[in-house]
Design a protein around this ligand. Structure first.
Ligand code: ADP
Ligand code: MG
Length: 698
């Protein structure tokens, strides 16, 4: 036993990094920018990557492009230049006589570090220049004859900021790890460590920062990945429990009579997938625990009908339902669908959008407050500020990626909460559904309604443009309609993408001369937008040139052609949404993507993948792997702090293991009251207490 330290663990971990002489006040400011203030911050700021100095080779075996290490004796040291530009050159010879030249520019002091005859090792990505292998600015280590092994490990790579070099950042980790790695206390009970083969914390800390080899890195990393995911899963379980205890939702069970009454209103036979989702939703709504369900279904899978069913179920019990759409165009479209459905019924439903006059808006609000209006359809924005819905039973959120905890909190009053149904066509990768959105249940519509037509997609090369537009003209003459989508580009923006206005002019005077072409973009007033949409819907316009305002939900059955200009500017899921606007009626759909720029291999690969599959799920996974989750489902959307070490793609298996383990532990000890679990509980609250509104759990 060491002499009892006067300081508690927490106090020791709070030690500021300025206690090290190496950390000057100026540098401390820079480190703080990186989120590093205390010893604790440094210990738990995990490397983002590693440089591998373990690939030691003979000069003869070197390859370009990989980080490699060569060991040898210094044979020559030379230097050139005076003020300004200097160059130091060092030649070493390996055990078989292979020669390698290393060069440093403007680091004249390197000259004095090398002496002929010394045994050194140099690491960098080598280049072959003529017959000789060279390294520019290699990392150098000076080897005593027998300590070579100490220098062949992995070195950590951390996020940096201007003024902090990787060298300084590593040095900080070295100092802190050396002195404080033994301080933090294990958070996992022993049996858990054993059961899951986890490295104990005090071993894992030095090893995650300075592993000797890949295997060491992997075991240390796995321990922290497991911990991070485990704590998150505990937090999600705690949130679930807490929601159940703190909020009551109205009990809205379904019975045969209600079911028959609603089903009768539907203009089509529900698909088996729709029926399945409805069953799951109805089961949720029959409980007094608020439903938090995500309805995920590819474009055109018929999510609206499922939502309307659920809304009518709420209405059947005398409750109110809201449907929130991301755009006004979409809100109006939903209202029209309801018009058709509810013609014969007595359900009182209203639209609430920005374009309405004050008088009408007041009337709708009054109707909602009195309970006279039972269904309201509007945009997310409008329905989130102070609308009184005293009898709210169900809130449906359509095509929304922002369904974080905060959004859902908006419609609660006191301890009463409505049931929530969130709909999206952009599939959430499974790992995301289990983490960032882990408090949502998921229903999937895996089948398209019969009668949906396939959409063929073409990546149109410049030489094929004439033929393509000729094809579009033919379709228009046959009576079909077409969309042309182009990005909204500001005049000043100096990019080669076509803007929607240019495209409109070009087509009206060019390829689509003589056809009735309309223009719509997000900067038009909502009345103007609705006017154009109306004309397109009625067939008065044959072609709609637009920005991505039509991206989600727009449903015009007679439109069978989609042309997308500058597709390289859109994500795959977004392209897929756009493509989903066609092939909706009895006519097969056609989609052309027309790049405006010379495509990089990468961009071409993406677009070819898009043209070759119609599976939205596959495309979303591809987008996810190419661009990471940030684009669509960033931490911002979920409202949770970002992961520190877990990578949801790489760590899928650990996630599943950690999730099971956490759920099991939580079900055995729901409030985490067991003294053995106090550290886990603390960690959970420390990390997720705020984001998940975990008050005092249990
Ligand atoms: P999304 O899931 O993309 O929101 P929608 O709800 O807009 O899809 O439905 C797409 C189209 O399919 C609509 O025109 C809708 O009327 C139609 N539809 C939905 N369900 C069925 C069904 N069971 N049978 C036939 N058509 C259906
Ligand atoms: Mg929809």
């Amino acid at each position: 036993m060491e002499p009892a330290s006067a300081k508690s663990t927490i106090e020791q971990l709070a030690t500021p990094i300025t206690v090290f002489d190496e950390v000057s006040p100026q540098r401390a400011v820079l480190f703080e920018k990186l989120g590093l203030r205390s010893v604790r911050d440094v210990l738990f700021c995990f490397p983002r990557d590693y440089e591998d100095f373990s690939d030691v080779r003979l000069v003869d075996d070197l390859e370009e492009g990989l980080l490699q290490t060569v060991r040898g004796r210094v044979t020559e040291v030379d230097s050139r230049g005076g003020f300004g530009r200097t160059r130091v050159g060092v030649i070493i010879e390996d055990a078989q006589g292979g020669a390698l030249r290393a060069t440093w520019f403007n680091q004249i002091f390197m000259r004095d570090k090398f002496k002929p005859g010394q045994l050194v090792q140099l690491s960098a990505k080598p280049r072959k220049s003529g017959l000789r292998w060279e390294m520019a600015h290699p990392r150098a280590a000076w080897l005593e004859d027998d300590n070579a092994a100490e220098h062949d490990g992995l070195l950590p790579v951390y996020p940096l900021t201007e003024g902090i070099s990787l060298y300084h950042r590593r040095r900080l980790s070295e100092l802190v790890v050396e002195q404080f790695a033994e301080v933090p206390e294990e958070v996992f009970p022993d049996d858990l460590l054993q059961r899951h083969g986890l490295l104990p914390l005090r071993q894992a800390i030095p090893q995650v920062h300075f592993p000797k080899n890949d295997a060491e890195r992997d075991t240390a990393q796995r321990r922290f990945v497991f911990q991070e995911l485990f704590i998150l899963q505990l937090a999600l379980a705690a949130r679930r429990l807490q929601q159940q205890l703190s909020f009551k939702a109205p009990v809205l069970p379904i019975d045969a009579k209600i079911d028959a009454r609603i089903t009768r209103l539907m203009p089509f036979e529900l698909t088996a997938a729709q029926r399945g989702a409805i069953d799951q939703i109805a089961a949720d709504m029959a409980r007094d625990v608020p439903m938090n369900r995500l309805l995920q279904g590819d474009v055109g899978s018929g999510k609206t009908a499922v939502a309307l069913f659920a809304m009518l179920l709420a209405v059947a019990h005398g409750k109110q339902a809201v449907l929130m759409a991301p755009t006004e165009v979409l809100a109006r479209q939903h209202a029209r669908t309801l018009d058709a459905l509810l013609k014969e019924s007595r359900v009182n439903y209203r639209l609430l959008v920005g374009g309405q006059g004050d008088a009408e808006r007041r009337e709708v609000l009054a109707g909602l407050a009195s309970g006279e209006v039972s269904v309201v359809i509007g945009t997310h924005a409008i329905l989130q500020d102070k609308v009184e819905l005293p009898h709210l039973g169900l809130a449906v959120i359509d095509e929304q990626h922002k369904f974080g905890v905060k959004q859902r909190a908006a419609l609660r009053t006191g301890d009463r909460s409505p049931h929530y149904l969130v709909m999206t066509a952009t599939p959430i990768p499974r790992t995301m559904a289990m983490t960032q959105f882990g408090d949502l249940e998921v229903s999937i519509l895996g089948e398209l309604p019969a009668g949906r037509q396939p959409v063929s997609t073409y990546l149109v090369e410049p030489s094929q443009l004439d033929r393509w537009w000729k094809f579009v003209q033919d379709k228009l003459r046959e009576g079909r309609q077409a969309y042309v989508v182009a990005p909204l580009v500001e005049e000043s923006e100096n990019v080669s993408a076509t803007s929607v206005e240019q495209e409109f002019e070009r087509l009206t005077y060019g390829e689509l001369h003589g056809f009735r072409v309309g223009l719509m973009h997000g900067r038009m007033s909502s009345d103007d937008k609705e006017g154009v949409m109306q004309q397109f819907r009625s067939g008065a316009l044959q072609v709609l040139v637009s920005t991505t305002v039509i991206e989600v939900g727009v449903d015009v059955a007679n439109a069978s052609v989609m042309v997308i200009a500058s597709p390289e500017r859109f994500g795959l899921s977004q392209l897929h949404q756009l493509r989903g606007r066609v092939g909706r009626g009895g006519h097969p759909g056609f989609c052309a993507i027309i790049p405006q720029e010379e495509l990089s291999d990468n961009a071409r690969g993406r677009l070819e993948a898009f043209a070759s599959t119609t599976d939205g799920f596959e495309l979303a996974e591809l987008d996810f792997s190419l661009r990471g989750p940030g684009e669509l489902f960033g931490a911002k959307q979920s409202g949770l702090p970002p992961m520190r070490i877990a990578d949801l793609q790489r760590d899928r298996d650990v996630l599943i293991e950690a999730r099971e383990a956490a759920q099991q532990l939580f079900s055995q000890d729901p409030g985490l009251k067991d003294p053995e679990h106090q550290k886990l509980r603390k960690q959970m609250l420390y990390r997720y207490g705020k984001a998940l509104e975990l008050g005092d759990v249990g």
